[in-house]
Design a protein around this ligand. Sequence first.
Ligand SMILES: NC(=O)CCC(=O)C(=O)O
Length: 327
Amino acid sequence: MFSRIVRSSLPHYRFTRSFSMTSTAPTFKPFTLALIQLGHIGADKSSNLKHAREMILKAAKGDEPRAPKPDLIVLPECFNSPYGHVHFPQYAETIGYTSGQKYDINKSESESVKALSATAKEAGVWLLGGTIPERDTSDGNIYNAATVYSPAGDLVAVHRKVHLFDIDIPGKITFKESETLTGGHSINFFDTEFARIGLGICYDVRFPELAMINARQGCQVLIYPSAFNTTTGPLHWELLQRARAVDNQVFFSMCSPARDLTAGYHAWGHSMVVDPMGKILMEAGHDEDIIFAQIDPTTFKEARAGIPVTTQRRFDVYPDVSKGFMN
Ligand SMILES: NC(=O)CCC(=O)C(=O)O
C-alpha cells in the first residue's frame, strides 16, 4: 500500500491518499482504536522515542477483557520533542516522503520514522505516529508532520499541519508556530482494511473545511494528533470534536500529550473519541494514559440514515467545498 498525489482541477489544491487500485473507500468494519496520551516528553529525543515505543507495545496488548488488541494506535502531536517554535529547528528530521512512491525505510534519514516503523511492525498494528518537526531539504522549510505506518512497518501517509497555531490571548497564551514552521499544502487520508481515515493536526480542527472535505472523500473516521492547552482546552477541545463529528457524521478523535506543568507548554490532555452522533465514547484525564474505543460502523450507518444531512445538502444555494478534491 502506498500513496499518490491526486491533482485536482483547482491548480493550487491537492490531496494525497493511500490507495489499492480503487478510489472507493474500504468497507467500514468494526475496529479497536487506542490513543496514547503520552507523558514524560522531555528534551532528550532518544528517551522520548524509547518511551513512545514502550507505550505502543503496551497499548498493542490491549486491555482485556475491556478491549482487545487494537487495530490502530495513535500518538500525540510533537511527541519526540518539547512543544515550542524555538525547539522545532533543533529537533527537525528529514523524512523525504513523496506521495505515490514506495518509501524505503532502510534509506530513511529520520531517526523517528525508523523507530516508529520498527515499532509498528513489532506490534503488528497500524500506527498514526503523532507528529514530528520535519525539515524538507527541497524547500528548506520545517513542517509539523504526522506519519502513518502499516502493520508491516511501511510509511503510507504523511500529513503536514495545514493551519499553523498562531494565537495571542493577552495574559493567557501567545504561541506562534509560524516563527519557524510552514503550513502544509495538502489534504490527506489513508486506507486500512477496516476504514478510510482522514488526517489533521490540532489547530486544523478549527477549520471545518478540512474535515468536511475528508468526510466527502469517504473517510468514516477522522483522527488529529493534537496538543491543546489549559486556556483553550477547557473552552473548545470537546466542543470542536463533537462539532466536527456531528457536522460530518463521522467518528472524530484527538490524541493529546499528558499535562506536564514543568514543561514550557501545558497540554490539556483529555484525549477523546467521539461517535457520529456526537457522543463521547472515551476520554482520558490529564495524566499519562492509554484509552481504547470500539469503533462500530452501525452508529455511523444509523446516524446517516436517521438524520440524512449527507444527502440533503443544497449545493444550488451554497458551494460544495469538496469540489476539486474528488476524483
Ligand atoms: N497545537 C495546537 O495546534 C494547539 C491548538 C490549540 O490549542 C487551539 O486552541 O486551537
